[in-house]
Design a protein around this ligand. Structure first.
Ligand code: COA
Length: 261
C-alpha cells in the first residue's frame, strides 16, 4: 500500500505490517525509511480497522543493521543533531502510537535497528536474530535512545555492556536478559508472530492503549505521580463498553468479544 521507497507497507486488518526494505544495506536506516515509518504511524493512528502494527525486515539476514553509516559522512554537529532528532522523534511517536507495536526481529538488530526494536511494545525474535549497539566501534554512542531505553529495559549494567563494549548477542541471550519477549524457531517465526499479533488484536483496544500509556509515561515520573496516572486511566476504562463486556463475559463463563467501544 502507498508509494513507499524504503519500506513495504501492508494492511491486512486487523494487523498492519511495515517491512524495512533496503536488502542490499541490511535494511539500514535512511532518512527516507524513517520518514516513511513516521508517515505510516500517522496514517494508522485513527484507522479503526488496524489494531496492531508489526515491524520487520526484508530478507532473512536483517531486521535493521542500524543507521546507514554513509549518512554520517560529512556531517557537522548541527546537521547531525537535526538528523538524529528526526529519528528520535519517530521512536517517540512509536511510544505514543495508540496501538501495540511488535518488532518481529528476523536477523540483525544492530545500532538504530536495536533502538527501533526497543521503542516497540514487544520484541519477538527468530532464533537467528542478533542484537547489539556497536556504535562504540565507530567512535560513537547510540543516539536514538539506546543508552536510555536499554537501561530501563535490561538494567544499567547490561546496557553498559552493550553500549560500551559493543558486544553482539544472540537471540537466546537477548531473551535471557529480557531484551526480547520470546524467541521462535526460524521456520515457524512468521506464523508465531502472526499468532501473537492476532492475540493482541482480539484484546480491548482502549484498555490496551491505556496499559501502553501507563507503562510508557507513568514510569517517566516519580512513583506517586505514576500511580495517580494509573488510577486515572484505570478509572477511565469504566466508561467503555468493553469493560462491561469483559466483566460480564467472566461472570457468564464465556469468552469476551471486544468491540473497541
Ligand atoms: N550502514 C550502511 N551500510 C550497511 C550497514 C549500515 N549500518 N550495515 C550493513 N551495510 C551494508 C554493507 O556495507 C554491505 O554493503 P556492500 O555489499 O555494498 O559492501 C551490505 O550492507 C552487507 O553487509 P556486510 O557487512 O557485507 O555483511 P556481513 O554479513 O559481513 O556483516 C554486519 C553484517 C551487520 C555485522 C555488518 O554489516 C555491520 O557490522 N554493519 C554495521 C552495523 C553497525 O555498526 N550499525 C550501527 C550503525 S550507527
Amino acid at each position: 500500500m502507498g508509494s513507499y521507497k524504503d519500506i513495504i507497507f501492508e494492511k491486512k486488518p486487523p494487523i498492519a505490517w511495515v517491512t524495512f526494505n533496503r536488502p542490499d544495506k541490511l535494511n539500514a536506516i535512511s532518512l527516507t525509511l524513517i520518514q516513511e515509518l513516521g508517515d505510516v504511524l500517522d496514517t494508522l493512528w485513527d484507522d479503526e480497522e488496524i489494531k496492531v502494527l508489526v515491524l520487520t525486515g526484508t530478507g532473512d539476514r536483517a531486521f535493521c543493521a542500524g543507521a546507514d553509516i554513509t549518512m554520517f559522512q560529512g556531517q557537522k554537529p548541527n546537521s547531525m543533531f537535526h538528523i538524529i532528532r528526526k529519528i528520535v522523534e519517530v521512536t517517540q511517536k512509536m511510544e505514543k502510537f495508540p496501538k501495540p507495536i511488535i518488532a518481529a526481529i528476523n536477523g540483525f538488530a544492530l545500532g538504530g535497528g536495536c533502538e527501533l526494536a526497543i521503542s516497540c511494545d514487544f520484541r519477538l525474535a527468530s532464533e537467528k536474530a542478533a542484537f547489539g549497539q556497536p556504535e562504540i566501534m565507530l567512535g560513537l554512542i547510540p543516539g536514538a535512545g539506546g543508552t536510555q531505553r536499554l537501561a530501563k529495559l535490561i538494567g544499567l549494567g547490561r546496557a553498559k555492556e552493550l553500549c560500551m563494549l559493543g558486544n553482539r548477542i544472540p537471540a537466546d541471550e537477548a531473551h535471557r536478559i529480557g531484551l526480547v519477549n520470546m524467541v521462535f524457531p526460524t521456520d515457524k517465526f512468521k506464523e508465531e508472530v502472526q499468532n501473537f499479533a492476532n492475540r493482541l488484536a482480539e484484546g480491548p483496544p482502549v484498555a490496551l492503549k491505556m496499559a501502553k500509556y501507563a507503562c510508557n509515561f507513568g514510569t517517566q515520573v516519580p512513583l506517586d505521580v505514576g500511580l495517580v496516572l494509573e488510577s486515572g486511566v484505570f478509572s477511565v476504562l469504566f466508561g467503555t463498553e468493553d469493560m462491561v463486556e469483559g466483566t460480564s463475559a467472566f461472570l457468564e463463563k464465556r469468552k469476551a468479544k471486544f468491540s473497541g467501544k
